[in-house]
Design a protein. Structure first.
Length: 112
């Protein structure tokens, strides 16, 4: 499955548009990671635990998106947009949503 943020795929021709597909992942943050991240916020630096969680959520959202695209018969998703939100009590939940257009593509033929 080809997944791209671009509306077209170089070397491929879109032969069918199958509709909008989405994928979401919502993850809760661990209280100990929250505590250490708060300390890191005060003293500066990157929070590796949050970066890992965010990366995990992004991958889950994209897996969900491709699952729905495959279910429609697509072999690619174009125009993918990723959105990130935090919510819940003390913003303790993270959500990543991925949205794109499920398409059928085929390799372009050279007319040389």
């Amino acid at each position: 499955m080809i997944v791209s943020t671009t509306p077209q795929l170089q070397g491929y021709r879109i032969v069918g548009y199958l509709g909008i597909v989405t994928g979401e992942a919502i993850l809760g943050a661990n209280i100990f990671r929250d505590m250490f991240a708060a300390i890191r916020d005060v003293v500066g630096g990157r929070s590796a635990s949050y970066e890992r969680e965010l990366s995990k959520a992004r991958e889950l959202a994209l897996e969900d998106l491709t699952y729905w695209a495959e279910d429609l018969g697509a072999n690619a998703v174009v125009g993918v947009d990723l959105d990130y939100e935090s919510f819940g009590q003390s913003n303790g939940m993270m959500m990543v949503s991925a949205t794109g257009t499920a398409v059928v593509v085929e390799l372009e033929k050279n007319d040389e």
